[in-house]
Design a protein around this ligand. Structure first.
Ligand code: COA
Length: 357
């Protein structure tokens, strides 16, 4: 069995339509000054006609597969983290699995709101380490613009659409995901939710009339919980990886609000220059925010081979979690992970098993 799972491919996709704070000033009673000073957000991307969580996932997935030098049919498991799936069911992962030709793969969705990507990563890593699979395609994707009440200025200015993906592969090397921690507190679920459209309050003309199928949020309370939970999860994941804060080269936090990110950094006494922030351009893309940020950190040279990376997220549910990993990057951009490489892993396992203890 493999000792660990490592990210060998990554990709992201954001829609081309940009909605600026100035655009929002024409839609609701708000201002660029209010949004920027309270959240750090300047603009966000909005899915175009025909774009959905699955279509954006597919774009991100194809980029990640290309980086990993893999084809759809090489993938053994597709996991999509999302709170805005195409349908209640079938799972968005099934739509992605079909579209990329991952004919050998299992497929399911994970819903832990903004913590969905880290949750999906934890599951994929556990499946790999348990020997169930050798690789997985893990996606975080959202089309929250379709769940927003565009008359509610307290929520519609905060969120955006997009997708990010990562290919995880088994490895016996000491790289990859070093820890994942996940937490939840369902007693606070009502502070951030979509009340209607599920089995408790099915969609009716009345629920639509009352806007109950939109995101509702108690922003101030969410804010306070977010800072403490993310800082606690970060410390826990770092300790579980056997590291200290000083060992972390880059923190890639969920991009919910610049003030939340700064609050987490201050609570941890973590240097701001080591924190990756791109919320100004995308807003809160929920499950997609960490994989999109990871992609941008890599493409801008902020994320390099050997870096110790801290991912940390918080979201509705409530859910929160963190992961520490050592960034490996692509297979040198030279070759696909060959059948020989896979066979040699099997051989290593056999040798390990027959070796006298
Ligand atoms: C939503 C949030 C930005 C509000 O910031 P805040 O500092 O709490 O807001 P303030 O208390 O300064 O301001 C609230 C006032 O601004 C008003 N306001 C809210 N949204 C506004 C907007 N878009 N434009 C202008 N005014 C707005 C409110 O109506 C309220 O007015 P009132 O005092 O007259 O009632 C902040 O609470 C937040 O980010 N919370 C976390 C949300 C989040 O990240 N959710 C996702 C978690 S994954």
């Amino acid at each position: 069995m493999a000792k660990n799972a490592v990210i060998t491919g990554w990709g992201c996709y954001t829609p081309s339509r940009v909605l600026t704070n100035a655009d929002l000033e024409r839609i609701v009673d708000t201002s660029d000054e209010w949004i920027t000073s309270r959240t750090g957000i300047k603009e966000r991307r909005i899915a175009g006609d025909g774009e959905t969580t699955s279509t954006m996932s597919v774009r991100a997935a194809r980029a990640a597969l290309e980086k990993a030098h893999m084809r759809g049919q090489d993938i053994q498991q597709v996991i999509v983290g999302t709170a805005s799936p195409d349908y209640l069911f079938p799972a968005t992962a099934c739509l992605v699995q079909s579209e990329i030709g991952a004919t050998r793969a299992g497929a399911f969705d994970v819903e832990a709101a903004c913590t969905s990507f880290i949750s999906a990563l934890a599951i994929a890593r556990a499946m790999i380490v348990a020997g169930m699979i050798e690789n997985a395609l893990v996606i975080g994707a959202e089309t929250l613009s379709r769940l927003l009440n565009w008359k509610d200025r307290t929520t519609c200015v905060l969120f955006g659409d997009g997708a990010g993906a990562a290919v995880l592969e088994a490895t016996n090397a000491s790289v990859g995901i070093e820890s994942t921690v996940l937490h939840g507190d369902g007693s606070k679920g009502e502070l951030l939710m979509v009340p209607a459209g599920g089995s408790k309050i099915p969609a009716t003309a009345d629920t639509v009339e009352r806007g109950l199928h939109f995101i509702t949020m108690a922003g101030g309370e969410v804010f306070k919980l977010a800072v403490k939970s993310m800082a606690d999860a970060a410390e826990e994941a770092i300790a579980e990886a056997g590291l200290t804060l000083d060992d972390i080269d880059i923190m890639i936090p969920h991009q919910a609000n610049l003030r939340i990110i700064e609050g987490v950094g201050k609570r941890l006494h973590f240097p701001p220059e080591k924190v990756f922030v791109n919320i100004q351009r995308y807003g809160n893309t929920s499950a997609a925010s960490i994989p999109i940020a990871m992609c941008e950190a890599e493409s801008t040279g902020r994320l390099r081979r050997g870096d110790k990376v801290l991912l940390v997220a918080f979201g509705g549910g409530f859910t929160w979690g963190a992961s520490v990993l050592e960034w490996f990057g692509a297979h040198d951009g030279l070759r696909p992970p060959s059948r020989l490489e896979r066979a040699s892993r099997v051989l290593e396992d056999v040798v390990e098993r027959v070796r006298p203890s």
